[in-house]
Design a binder for this molecule. Structure first.
Ligand SMILES: [Zn+2]
Length: 93
């Protein structure tokens, strides 16, 4: 797990991007720790925002920055996840 503090420009508060390389993004592997809430806010990289369904915090985060971190930590070139066999076109990648 890696932690990357940043300032949410909407609230002006420091929040923390959390990436868990052992989990896929859509399995809760990426989230934003915020203001005393127990849940990690969902990150919507294509919208440059994050949002918490529990406390209602909506904040702004650079989606490209998040994707860069996740790709560097979760999908290193030497450990690229194997695609399912039925999606593989040409043996090993
Ligand atoms: Zn929350």
């Amino acid at each position: 797990m890696s932690r990357h503090p940043f300032t949410d420009p909407i609230s002006g508060q420091t929040v923390t991007l959390v990436n868990r390389p052992d989990r896929w993004w859509w399995e809760g592997g990426v989230g934003v720790e915020h203001g005393g809430c127990n849940l990690l806010a969902d990150v919507f990289a294509d919208l440059d925002c994050f949002s918490c369904p529990v406390c209602g915090w909506n904040g702004r985060v650079g989606g490209a920055w998040v994707v860069d971190i996740v790709e560097a930590e979760t999908y290193p070139p030497t450990a690229e996840p194997e695609p399912p066999a039925d999606l593989r076109q040409d043996g090993r990648r």
